[in-house]
Design a protein around this ligand. Structure first.
Ligand code: GRF
Length: 211
């Protein structure tokens, strides 16, 4: 199977995927890394691994008075020739509209540093940390989920709880969550159930249960 990874920043989750592909833990090929930010360090990680990159920022669209949907349609058109079996959002900080999602037949997954239904959207770790300090929650978590137009709300494929301790600084919690994310994101295995059929098939994403 062929995948495309979308990033916006550091790309430590991308690195986890690259490492898993290089060690053949994950049997797929990363055909392209897309970033909406030119300065994303993940682009350097991709280049070091010999993976082609595409930088596709929103700003020129905003400056030209174009809509997010126009951006999404152009982005979909730029990558559709790769015919990815799966798109992995690994720290991609844009919401993708239905117009984009429809192009890729539901085969898009996202990693989110919170449990389902908690802290959807940006700054999830910080918000969980604050909620813990206020006594509102005792734990947080990580999930990999299918992407639907509602932010961070698609069906969960992998969920793991992450404890928060009284002594934690925000940095401690971030570090604990990121290490769970890096282990998690590479647990998906793709089974091409219908390899010879048209590319429009549905791809089964088989997920190993974490120990
Ligand atoms: C991760 O915490 C991811 O869950 C969130 O953004 C962060 C990206 O980190 N959506 P990185 O760029 O993979 O290091």
């Amino acid at each position: 199977p062929h995948i495309i990874v979308f990033i916006s920043g550091n790309g430590s989750n991308l690195q986890a995927i690259i490492d898993a592909v290089q060690s053949a833990t994950l049997k797929c090929k990363i055909d392209l890394v897309v970033s909406n930010r030119k300065s994303a360090y993940g682009l350097t990680r991709a280049e070091q691994a010999g993976i082609p990159t595409l930088v596709f920022p929103l700003k020129p669209y905003r400056d030209a008075g174009k809509t997010r949907i126009e951006y999404d349609i152009d982005l979909a058109n730029k990558i559709r020739d790769y015919k990815p079996d799966l798109i992995v959002l690994a720290g991609w900080m844009h919401i993708l509209s239905k117009e984009f999602l429809d192009h890729f037949n539901d085969n898009i997954i996202n990693i989110h540093p919170a449990l389902p239904g908690q802290f959807d959207g940006a700054n999830a770790i910080e918000r969980a940390y604050e909620a813990f300090k206020k006594g509102e929650i005792t734990k947080t978590g990580v999930m990999v989920h299918k992407v639907i137009p509602d932010v961070d709300k698609g069906e969960s494929l992998i969920i793991e709880e992450v404890p928060i301790f009284e002594s934690d600084t925000l940095e401690d919690l971030e570090e604990r969550i990121h290490s769970v994310e890096h282990r998690h994101l590479v647990l998906f295995k793709m089974e091409d159930s219908n390899a010879n059929a048209k590319r429009k098939r549905t791809l089964d994403i088989v997920v190993d249960t974490p120990n």
